[in-house]
Design a protein around this ligand. Structure first.
Ligand SMILES: NC(=O)c1ccc[n+]([C@@H]2O[C@H](COP(=O)([O-])OP(=O)(O)OC[C@H]3O[C@@H](n4cnc5c(N)ncnc54)[C@H](O)[C@@H]3O)[C@@H](O)[C@H]2O)c1
Length: 267
């Protein structure tokens, strides 16, 4: 897909980090934006930041882990606009914890946002996008952790492996019905965002046994080498959508980790 002007983009997790950078770049290309996020205040700030730089901006508080909430987002997006052209399933959270101590609540929260969030996005939007018959694209924010596993990040990797598989399978399923809709799985490595303070959005009923607050966000904020900005990731995303490219690794230096892992898998 290479025509963005006057088209419609929906971005989940659009109030912060990578999602907000997607909003900035897609807005600058003349798109109508529908920003969805669980943080209503941050959504207001995002709308004020983007202002008239996009063709239009509407914000819809949404919990992507809740099917009804995502369906309400889709209903609002299709009611406001004739169709949706770019769906960015981007909202995500992270809990750093050994699988030996991870609780059911940790797993439920991570799977709910990172995996069910993508599934709900596909279910609520893609059939309606196909029905409209226009060229479109689904962007799933995956991760280098979709192909690698690090100590403490087992749950996160598991969720991101799932979103990579879902992305590739979705592309095949769309091709099988000749739908003019592409798929891009964006696989960033470390990006300067608020992901490591994701706990701010953890629902109370999934908080039991949550890890003690850590200084992980401070440590990530202090890293200067090998870390990208959300705008770097957004620029790679747009280039991949234009090129109809499934996989995009915004920081190609990190591909070595993927190659090493695949070499171990196939040894
Ligand atoms: N930051 C990194 O190093 C990095 C690396 C690879 C992949 N990613 C992925 O990028 C995506 C965006 O994260 P980010 O790094 O910009 O973090 P971020 O915390 O800055 O942004 C994530 C956004 O998702 C929203 N969100 C959280 N739970 C939600 C829910 N239930 N429903 C709707 N919105 C919700 C948050 O409010 C926030 O605005 C995530 O999928 C993350 O896994 C991040």
């Amino acid at each position: 897909m290479d025509e963005f002007n006057d088209r419609v983009a929906v971005i989940t997790g659009g109030a912060s980090g990578i999602g907000l950078a997607y909003a900035r770049i897609l807005g600058s290309l003349g798109m109508h934006l529908v920003l969805a996020d669980i943080e209503a205040d941050a959504l207001d700030r995002a709308r004020n930041e983007i202002g008239t730089a996009a063709r239009s901006v509407i914000t819809i508080p949404t919990d992507v882990s809740d099917a009804d909430s995502v369906q309400a987002l889709a209903d609002a997006a299709f009611a406001a606009h004739r169709t949706v052209h770019v769906l960015c399933n981007n909202a995500g959270v992270s809990v750093t914890r050994s699988l030996l101590t991870a609780t059911t609540a940790d797993w439920r929260w991570m799977l709910g946002v990172n995996v069910w969030g993508v599934i709900h996005g596909i279910q609520s939007f893609v059939p309606a996008m196909i029905e409209r018959g226009e060229r479109g694209h689904v962007v799933n924010t995956c991760s280098v952790a979709s192909f690698t596993v690090m100590p403490g990040y087992g749950m996160y990797s598991a969720t991101k492996h799932a979103t990579a598989a879902i992305s590739e399978a979705l592309l095949g399923d769309l091709a099988a019905v000749d739908a003019p809709i592409g798929v891009t799985a964006v696989c960033p490595s470390l990006v300067r965002t608020r992901l490591f303070s994701a706990d701010r959005n953890r629902p109370d009923d999934l908080r039991e046994g949550a890890p003690e607050p850590s200084d992980e966000q401070d440590r990530v904020d202090a890293i200067t080498e090998g870390i990208q900005t959300p705008d770097d990731v957004a620029a790679s995303m747009v280039a991949a959508v234009r090129a109809e490219q499934l996989w995009v690794f915004p920081n190609r230096d990190r591909l070595d980790f993927v190659r090493e892992r695949m070499a171990r898998v196939t040894a």
